[in-house]
Design a protein around this ligand. Structure first.
Ligand code: ARG
Length: 467
């Protein structure tokens, strides 16, 4: 899509009636949005077709003019899609580029299209349509990511790994359970996406500049034609509001934060020191100097994209925070933030879905790590409470002594001889060894939402039915 800047000093053909001369080159440069809002061409044309159709239906323009307009707009659509449209910076934005081309194609009838609307409601419409489609795409992509996790969780419902707090070994969990934690997070992100779609599902067109219009338009008709639930209810709010874009960016930031935590775990897990997962060749890179290396670049970039998305959210919040109602040109700066964040988010979800699907899980390494670091100490304390009737605080203390002893001997809890354990507390019997293995530990945690394989399978079934 080419862009031309044929600078003559004549005034703008769309709004230049009261201007004697054209803008300064710098004015033109700061004012133009065509460089980025040409992305909205399809939404702009859809909106204009719906608007023209409604104008004719209401008898505001003739059916003949409407047909010319619709035909012309469809021609422009194929011109842009096939790369045969020349965008001009002098015409500022996508709306005026299309309208000017329409005038060239169909003559004076083109001038009737902008009846009973303004670029203020037009841009609000185009951008809402774009964000709505992007949210729908995000919803589908999150569904794919959740499906990838469900498959891995099912496969590893029994595979034990260390669970961490403070990144210190805490208690054994299953890898399936850990995967399901991400299913919960991305499931919440997806429901935020659905709510956002509901919030923005109102049609702005017909709010006109800010006050509505005196023409007998039918906003319900355009709302329906454009797939919105209903028209917006306040024309001032309609042209002032960019909440829908900010909501998209907040969701992108929260989802990005979740993706970034996962990315960080993958970076840690794929180190030779951890060795819990091995990334596929398709999702890793080599080093140009160190032949042994396999780097988790995709995960690192997902982590970084999140920073970029956060930046977009803060930028748009800051752009909007001091604006009086209704429209101000500041709002033109909304689009690049959203476009950039959308691109980052899509890439990040796609890369993560690929990594999760492709990575090899080293269950042996996970199991060995799960058993180290005295991860079943809580199980010993719980056993003392259950079988020997100790108050939990005392059991905690006794277990602490057992851990200290094992540490001094350089062995695991399960490797301490019974005599040593009984020297710490006489009520301990050899039955205690049944709870000191990692498998017994995870199998015992059957509380709702717990790590026991039986529980994890229940949660997988819950999500399968909803995905
Ligand atoms: N390019 C403008 C934007 O993106 C369109 C709306 C212009 N409205 C106006 N009153 N100048 O915000």
């Amino acid at each position: 899509m080419a862009e031309s800047n044929t600078d003559t000093k004549s005034s703008n053909q769309m709004w230049g009636g009261r201007f004697a001369s054209g803008p300064d080159a710098i004015m033109e440069e700061i004012n133009a949005s065509i460089g980025f809002d040409k992305k909205l061409f399809a939404q702009d044309i859809r909106g204009s077709i719906a608007h023209a159709t409604m104008l004719a239906h209401q008898g505001i323009i003739s059916a003949e003019d409407k047909d010319k307009i619709v035909h012309g707009l469809n021609t422009i659509l194929s011109e842009i899609e096939s790369g045969n449209f020349e965008f001009s910076r002098r015409l500022e934005d996508i709306h005026m580029n299309i309208e000017a081309r329409l005038a060239t194609l169909i003559g004076p009838a083109a001038g009737r299209l902008h009846t009973a609307r303004s670029r203020n409601d037009q841009v609000a419409l185009d951008f809402r349509l774009w964000v709505k489609e992007e949210l729908e795409k995000t919803e589908r992509m999150l569904t794919g990511l959740i499906a990838a996790f469900l498959d891995r969780a099912e496969e590893h419902a029994e595979s034990v790994m260390p669970g961490f707090t403070h990144l210190q070994t805490a208690q054994p969990v299953t890898f399936g359970h850990h995967c399901m934690a991400y299913v919960e997070m991305f499931g919440r992100d997806r429901s935020r996406v659905r709510h956002a779609i509901e919030h923005l599902d109102e049609s702005p067109i017909g709010a006109a500049a800010l006050a509505g219009t005196g023409y007998p338009i039918d906003r319900h008709m355009t709302a329906q034609a454009l797939g919105f639930r209903e028209p917006t209810r306040n024309s001032i709010d309609t042209v002032s509001d960019r909440d829908f874009a900010i909501e998209f960016l907040s969701i992108a930031a929260i989802t990005g934060m979740h993706l970034s935590r996962l990315a960080e775990e993958i970076v840690i897990w794929s180190t030779p020191q951890f060795g819990f997962v091995r990334l596929s060749d398709a999702f890793s890179t080599g080093s140009s100097i160190m032949p042994q290396k396999k780097n988790p670049d995709a995960a690192e970039l997902v982590r970084a994209k999140t920073g970029r998305i956060n930046g977009s959210l803060v930028a748009l919040l800051t752009i909007m925070k001091g604006l009086p109602l209704a429209y101000s040109k500041d709002m033109q700066e909304d689009k690049e933030q959203v476009f950039d964040a959308a691109e980052s988010l899509e890439l990040a979800i796609a890369a993560m879905t690929g990594m999760v699907r492709d990575m090899t899980v080293n269950t042996q390494r996970m199991k060995a790590a799960a058993g180290s670091g005295y991860s079943t100490a809580t199980d010993l304390a719980d056993w003392l409470v259950r079988e020997a009737g100790l108050p939990f605080r005392d059991a905690h203390h006794v277990t602490g002594r057992a851990v200290a002893l094992a540490e001094s001997k350089g062995c695991d809890l399960a490797e301490l001889p019974l005599a040593d354990l009984q020297a710490i507390h006489s009520a301990i019997t050899d039955k205690v060894y049944n709870v000191l293995t990692v498998e017994a530990s995870v199998a015992s945690r059957k509380s709702f939402g717990g790590t026991a394989p039986s529980e994890v399978r229940k949660q997988i079934a819950f999500w399968r039915a909803r995905n």
